[in-house]
Design a protein around this ligand. Structure first.
Ligand code: ATP
Ligand code: MG
Length: 602
């Protein structure tokens, strides 16, 4: 995988150069199946060889039939006729063979690229994903992979064979006849291709214009119909019809220009072909007259011309489709080039297993350079202890959890686990050691079982059930008709907030990590369930290093140490009794919450 490349998509370079780069990047994926590619190319050559041999054999047959030659008996050897038939058949056979051999290469390339993009997307930072629409991403991947298939089929099955055939024909002409034939063919083809590409570029703009006008007319009609009542209120039916008609007329204009341009393209192509064929026939017939060439030769040259120009008819469409496919593929590759903000250091180490402490040392951090969120935060969680962080909404509590997970890197200071700066550890080993019950739980659109087991996919059914029991889920699951197989809906929307939170707790417990983070893990629960779960959380935190983020202070009273965070700064720290005695921010919050609870109880 690539890292450290520029984030932005390629800049305003000439687009043709970009197309070449995209192609260059695609080639290694195909070349990974060298043998198949070579066999397929062999088949391609064989098919084209057979194809250009047909007119040659045909020439032989004609020459044998030529009664002006002083042969007593006209004999066309059966071998020649058989060869003619066999060659015609081989053209198709080799084409099909090539397809059979190559289809695997295409599909494997698509698979490998899709997988690589997918893995890369998971390796990118949270920031990247927050800034991009997931729908847009998947559309880019889908279009990109689909385009690989079409690009390969257009180039390999149309463009490349045609080029090979052109080469072969020019070679044969050069070898057998006067250079003037090869010269005419070569010049005409160059002219034909340039003409087609230029006109197609122009037509693409026209087509886009026609499509835009079509959408505009449609949008206008829809808007008018949505405002049905308003139109009636103001008696404006005729006005609306006139407006719609103006749009339609503009569209007709564009449509006609589009159609005319197609006619221009076809006519131009036909003219080039006609002139070429005429020139060729003129040259050939004068040589037949002078005895330099036979009748068979003239038939052969004519057949070559027809054979060459038929595939060229589709050149305009092919060119457009290939450009489109290249653009789509380039966009997908652009995702691969998106820079990994958080990457493993080259000498990153594995975090050893076992109990470990967690320290935030003078951490400065902001999601955006223009707005700092944490200011010199110092927090120490000794191995096996529980530290609670409390504070107002937006003070940066969840940010601490994201930093510990290394979703972002700190701008100042360091986050250390077991004495190691987490930037020196592999992300995989760091994250394996941490379990989290996040503030907002999102679930996979699958069964409850799947979602709980996600904490440790290899866990046994018994272990899953034990975790569910610890998270007070058993009663709830027992009441479901489908039990563990109940589907939770998109993002887990079919579960209540509290149920989701308990699934998240079960899944974190199942992971059995040495560091646990609870980010408002019980905020969505009623106080009875909260108490029951709190006991389980306390038990789970026992013997682990735990960071508990809480809003309700009553849930963190028992923590070994409580940190009060205010606008990104630690303003107080101590045990619950110490902080109460200090009479500061914590004591104030505590009194306030006690009053509220008393009021609720009334
Ligand atoms: N991805 C992000 N990009 C930019 N700013 C963010 C991002 N995530 C959070 N913030 C900002 O960082 C600040 C701290 O957010 P954080 O989630 O840590 O707060 P919190 O203390 O957990 O609050 P709450 O109690 O409401 O959960 C907030 O002001 C928030 O707007
Ligand atoms: Mg939060």
């Amino acid at each position: 995988m690539r890292h450290g490349r520029a984030t932005a998509l390629p800049g305003p370079e000439p687009s043709e150069r970009r197309d070449w780069q995209t192609l260059k990047e695609l080639l290694p994926y195909l070349w990974a199946y060298k043998v198949r590619v070579l066999i397929a190319l062999g088949c391609l050559l064989a098919a084209k060889g057979a194809n250009v041999s047909v007119p040659i054999i045909f020439k032989q047959v004609i020459d044998r039939l030529d009664i002006t030659r002083d042969q007593a008996v006209i004999v066309v050897p059966a071998a020649l006729l058989l060869a003619y038939g066999a060659l015609r058949f081989s053209t198709s056979m080799f084409t099909e063979l090539r397809e059979i051999v190559f289809v695997r290469v295409t599909q494997q390339a698509v698979r490998r690229i899709s997988l690589q993009v997918f893995e890369h997307l998971h390796a990118l930072s949270l920031r990247f994903h927050l800034e991009r629409q997931t729908g847009g991403l998947t559309r880019d991947i889908e279009r990109g992979t689909r385009s690989i298939g079409s690009l390969i089929s257009y180039t390999l099955y149309s463009i490349l064979p045609t080029l090979i055939e052109i080469g072969l024909v020019i070679g044969i002409l050069l070898y057998n006849y006067d250079a003037v034939f090869a010269l005419i063919t070569g010049t005409a083809l160059a002219l034909y291709i340039t003409f087609t590409v230029k006109v197609t570029n122009w037509r693409t703009a026209l087509r886009r214009q026609a499509n835009e006008l079509d959408s505009a007319a449609n949008a206008q009609a829809i808007d008018s119909l949505i405002n049905f009542e308003t139109v009636k209120y103001f008696n404006n039916e005729a006005f609306e019809a006139r407006r719609y008609d103006t749009q339609l007329q503009a569209w007709i204009g564009a449509q006609i220009r589009n159609q005319n341009s197609l006619a221009a393209l076809n006519t131009g192509q036909a003219l080039i072909i006609a002139i070429t064929v005429t020139l060729m026939m003129w040259q050939a017939s004068s040589r037949v007259a002078s005895g330099e060439m036979t009748l068979g030769d003239i038939v052969m040259v004519n057949a070559f011309m027809l054979q060459l120009y038929i595939p060229l008819n589709f050149l305009g469409v092919l060119y457009r489709e290939i450009r489109q496919a290249l653009t789509d593929i380039e966009r997908m590759f652009g995702l691969l080039h998106a820079h990994r903000e958080v990457a493993d250091a080259p000498d990153a180490r594995e975090l050893p297993a076992g109990m470990m402490d967690v320290r935030f040392e003078a951490v400065d951090f902001g999601y955006d350079a223009r707005r700092q969120i944490l200011f010199g935060v110092d927090i120490e969680i000794p191995a096996g202890r529980t530290v609670a962080v409390v504070g107002h909404s937006g003070s940066g509590k969840s940010t601490l959890a994201r930093l510990l997970y290394r979703f972002y890197d700190v701008q100042g200071g360091a986050v250390k686990v077991g004495g190691h700066d987490i930037r020196q550890l592999t992300q995989a080993s760091l994250r394996a050691a941490i379990g989290i019950v996040p503030q907002d739980t999102v679930l996979f659109n699958d069964s409850l079982l799947y979602n709980i087991q996600y904490g440790r996919p290899e866990a046994s059914r018994e272990e899953v059930e034990a975790a569910a029991r610890a998270a007070q889920l058993t009663d709830f699951i027992a009441r479901l008709p489908d039990g563990y197989e109940t589907r939770v809906g998109e993002r887990g929307l079919k579960l209540s907030g509290g149920e989701k939170q308990r699934v998240a707790i079960a899944r974190a417990l199942l992971k059995n990590p040495s560091i646990l983070i609870f980010d408002e893990a019980t905020s969505a629960l009623d106080s009875k369930t909260e108490k029951a779960i709190q006991a389980q959380i306390d038990q789970a935190a026992e013997g682990r290093t735990a960071l508990v983020i809480a809003h309700r202070l009553s849930t963190v009273m028992k923590a070994d140490r409580i940190i009060v965070l205010d606008e990104g700064r630690v303003v107080e720290r101590g045990t619950h009794p110490e902080l109460l005695a200090a009479g500061g921010a914590y004591a104030q919050m505590w009194t306030l919450q006690q009053q509220e609870e008393a009021k609720d109880a009334e």
